[in-house]
Design a protein around this ligand. Sequence first.
Ligand SMILES: Cc1cc2nc3c(=O)[nH]c(=O)nc-3n(C[C@H](O)[C@H](O)[C@H](O)COP(=O)(O)OP(=O)(O)OC[C@H]3O[C@@H](n4cnc5c(N)ncnc54)[C@H](O)[C@@H]3O)c2cc1C
Length: 429
Amino acid sequence: MNKRHRIVILGGGFAGLCATQELRSADADVTLIDRRNFHLFQPLLYQIATGSLSPADVCSPLRAVLSSQANARVLMGEATAIDPAVREIALRSGETIPYDTLIVALGSETSYFGHDAWREHAPCLKGIEDATEMRRRIFTAFETAELEGVLDSSPWLSFVIVGGGPTGVELAGALSEIARKTLREDFRSIHPEFAQITLLDHSPRLLPALSPNLAEKAEAALLGLGVRVRCGVLVTNIDENGVQMQLPDGTVTQLRSKTVLWAGGVSMPAIVRDLAAATGALTERGRIKVQPDLTIPNHPEIFVAGDIAALQRPDGTWLPGVAQVAMQQGTYAARVIKSRLKNAATPPAFAYSDRGDMAVIGRASAVAKVFGLELWGWPAWLVWLFIHLMYLVEFQNRVVVFVRWGFQYLTFSRGSRLITGGDNRKSLL
Ligand SMILES: Cc1cc2nc3c(=O)[nH]c(=O)nc-3n(C[C@H](O)[C@H](O)[C@H](O)COP(=O)(O)OP(=O)(O)OC[C@H]3O[C@@H](n4cnc5c(N)ncnc54)[C@H](O)[C@@H]3O)c2cc1C
């Protein structure tokens, strides 16, 4: 009797989940492995960090999402090694999982550009724990300033965001609204609306993935919200007193702040680096170079998809690490596998259908490039709302998020601004 083909998918993020769902009709056993038991909608993480949404609003249990897919099973476990020679995955728990075909969709990690010591003073935004830690630090800063009863120039009321991509812009806009609207009436000693919010980036302008015109619009909108934008600066140190940076003219200066948030770069997880070394696959800026069918050279049974896959467009530019690319690549890898299982013709090379980029700045304020059309302000914000609601995985989450956003729009309230976890003794005197 023929053994059923075993497909293992590492990572239940955008690429891994789309691949699994596309394999619903495959005559194969599909195993999805993730170290978390839920799919996380990372684009809305900043809303958890800033108290707009609760963690469960942007997470969907993988087991529930796939419960009706008979050929798929979910395993919760952390993959620690991939052995391409014997075609096995090692899990931290000690189990090994064999595969005939593998899709690696493990996503990227946050990079502090070789300065890992900064992590302690500048949390990043990648997982739920990171988002709740950011939330704790943001709201604890206001509480500590109130407890100290200090002047508005307190470093507790100075917030610095490092990284001027969409995440940095979104955090800066949301922080400004927290200070100027949500918390405005809530304190008796301090004036939250005088909080200083500074957004730093090394590039000459914000949002390099969008056009200079949209970047200018985003910067103007942030300035309107009282955010100080400083581009072309190089962060040289981050510690408990704030950020040291080098200005474009070479001067080194210090920005005092007790709350520094990291929205910087990404890198490849160790397990993916080891896979590249074991297979001789080349890497490109923290990602594995894949072939046009998303496999790695000499290993037609290993597909790499999502943030960790480096693939060039016909014009030579690299595909960005965004959710749309990950979803389309996951679906594509699954289609190639299905065609192989049926001995049918392989689909043509992967081609990314770019539906656009966007960043939200605040209430009724966003910038977007959608199907080649540049939008800003209200229209961009409505498109942003619609797209994010559409792509949330579960219907229940769409309804909950829609209601929360509606309420927040009318009242500026942020119902999820809880301070939990961490060690508040360092900040609350
Ligand atoms: C804060 C933030 C905001 C973003 N905003 C946007 C946006 O507005 N628009 C947009 O298009 N993109 C956005 N992105 C990028 C987008 O989220 C990523 O491009 C996308 O998540 C990549 O999908 P992926 O499947 O490759 O990886 P991920 O979605 O990161 O999934 C990887 C999965 O692998 C699992 N995993 C990792 N390591 C292991 C292991 N060793 N063992 C088992 N499981 C493991 C993880 O738990 C995770 O579930 C944002 C990203 C972040 C962090």
